[in-house]
Design a binder for this molecule. Structure first.
Ligand code: HEM
Length: 263
């Protein structure tokens, strides 16, 4: 009954607020846990919006998709802000927590990987670490079988009459999106005459915004990690900062970057 609903019951606060379990006596561990948990909640919202936005793009309902993509960019703003809070943690503070983390790392965030997959950054090796939880591995594989948001946008360009080669439209979904000069040319036409193709122009800019925010998150993470652990290895087993610098080079929508040089 709606009358029985309280603030706490509606939001299931008992469970959410009982879900912080520091493993050490370190004062800063609460911050460490909460920043990660809050990030996972924002990621959950991003996935919810991105999945719905893709559904809208498939049926050419771009206006609702714009609203959702704009919301994702704002949620990414919240994710980026979290680096400011986390960077109040010093190397000494972190060193008291690190021994308790074992092999756990944000590297194993299934939602983060799902967001990359949805956008079109797809590395099948990233599913392997999730095999221990079959449902998670299954959902990531299922996503890899589907066209990403960007693949759906390129399919839309084709439906709107731009010359997109068949081999681009029939690409293997389980690989990251590779630059195509035909797709770049389609974007070039749109960017040269935005008045003629206003909704596609707006869609392109929404995607650019999203990728820009994604890169700002990655860069903020890298700089936060650098000031906290320097060049120590990550708990997830990668070389740490050099790995994070490497992923900064991954572009989700390569033609939307290259078109800026082309026009
Ligand atoms: C003291 C704070 C943090 C440190 C020292 C840190 C360190 C690292 C390192 C070294 C990696 C590389 C993988 C590894 O070997 O572990 C990594 C990956 C990652 N971290 Fe963090 N991290 C911190 C906070 C966070 C937070 C708050 C989030 C939010 C969810 C996060 C999410 C991720 C994600 C998603 C990856 C994978 C990135 C990719 O594969 O592109 N990290 N982290």
């Amino acid at each position: 009954m709606a009358e029985d609903v309280t603030y706490s019951s509606y939001l299931d606060l008992d469970r959410i607020l009982a879900a912080q379990h520091p493993a050490s006596d370190a004062h800063d561990e609460m911050l460490f846990i909460i920043v990660h948990q809050a990030s996972e909640l924002w990621l959950k919202l991003c996935l919810h919006e991105l999945q719905a936005a893709r559904g809208c793009i498939v049926v050419d309902h771009l206006r609702p998709a714009f609203k959702m993509l704009a919301r994702v960019a704002r949620a990414q703003g919240q994710l980026i802000q979290s680096w400011d809070v986390l960077s109040t943690m010093t190397p000494h503070d972190y060193s008291t927590i690190r021994p308790h983390l074992g092999g756990s790392s944000g590297f194993q965030s299934a939602q983060y990987r799902m967001m990359e997959f949805l956008l079109g950054g797809r590395n099948p090796d990233m599913v392997t670490m999730h095999e221990a939880i079959p449902q998670v591995a299954h959902e990531l594989r299922q996503e890899m079988d589907r066209p990403s948001i960007y693949a759906e946008v390129v399919a839309l360009l084709d439906r709107r009459g731009f010359a997109i080669p068949r081999e681009v439209l029939e690409r293997d979904n389980a690989t990251s999106w590779e630059h195509s000069s035909a797709v770049e040319e389609a974007w070039a036409q749109i960017y040269r005459e935005p008045q003629e193709h206003w909704d596609l122009y707006e869609l392109a800019e929404k995607l650019v915004d999203l990728e820009y925010h994604f890169q700002r998150w990655r860069f903020g993470h890298l700089k936060t990690v650098e000031r906290i652990i320097g060049f120590k290895k990550g708990t997830g087993g990668t070389p740490g900062v050099p790995y994070l610098a490497g992923v900064l080079k991954n572009a989700f929508f390569p033609e939307l970057l290259s078109v800026r040089t082309a026009i």
